[in-house]
Design a protein around this ligand. Structure first.
Ligand code: ZN
Length: 161
C-alpha cells in the first residue's frame, strides 16, 4: 500500500540540525503515527512521503521556507516586565508558557532574562532551522471514518475515543 492522502502512516525518524546533532527522534516511544495529507506533519515531509511504501528508508533535507517550520518571525519575540509574572514563578531559560491573547493561544519560551525583563519567543523551536530527517516507513493503512472526522490517529485504529 502506498502513502497517499488519508492513509495512516507510522514511521521511525531521526531529526538532526545542521551541526549533525540529534534534536528529535521517534525511537524511545515507538514510531510516529499520523494521517497523511491533512497537515498533521510539516508540508515538506508530507510531500516527500507521498507515494512511498512500507520499508522505504530515505534521508531528506527540508529548509524552513520550503516545507519546514518557516522563518523566525521577529514579531513573535517580545520583552515583558518581570512584574507581569507571579513573584513565586521560578523563571528560567527554556521555560515554556501558555499565552492567551487576541491572536489566540500559543506557547512561548523564555529565551532571555535580566533583572527587570523576561524575553519570550513564540516561534516554533525549529523555526528558521534546516531539518535533516532520516525516515523509515513502518506501516501504512487506511484511516477509519472516526480518525478522518477527528483529524488524528487513534491507537490501533479504534473507532471510539
Ligand atoms: Zn479522536
Amino acid at each position: 500500500m502506498k502513502i497517499e492522502k488519508n492513509k495512516v502512516v507510522s514511521m521511525h525518524y531521526v531529526l538532526r540540525d545542521m551541526a549533525g546533532e540529534v534534536v528529535d527522534q521517534s525511537e524511545t516511544d515507538g514510531p510516529l503515527s499520523f494521517i497523511q495529507g491533512i497537515g498533521n506533519i510539516i508540508p515538506g515531509l508530507e510531500r516527500v512521503l507521498e507515494g512511498k511504501s512500507i520499508g522505504d528508508k530515505f534521508k531528506i533535507t527540508i529548509t524552513p521556507e520550503d516545507g519546514g517550520y518557516g522563518a523566525i518571525q521577529p514579531e513573535l519575540i517580545g520583552k515583558v516586565p518581570r512584574s507581569n509574572f507571579d513573584e513565586n514563578e521560578n523563571l528560567e531559560l527554556g521555560l515554556v508558557f501558555e499565552v492567551n491573547n487576541e491572536q489566540g493561544q500559543y506557547l512561548a519560551r523564555v529565551v532571555e532574562l535580566d533583572e527587570t525583563h523576561v524575553t519570550l519567543d513564540a516561534n516554533h523551536p525549529m523555526a528558521g532551522q534546516i531539518l535533516n530527517f532520516e525516515i523509515e516507513v513502518v506501516s501504512v493503512r487506511d484511516a477509519n471514518l472516526t480518525e478522518l472526522a477527528h483529524g488524528h490517529v487513534h491507537p490501533n485504529g479504534e473507532s471510539d475515543h
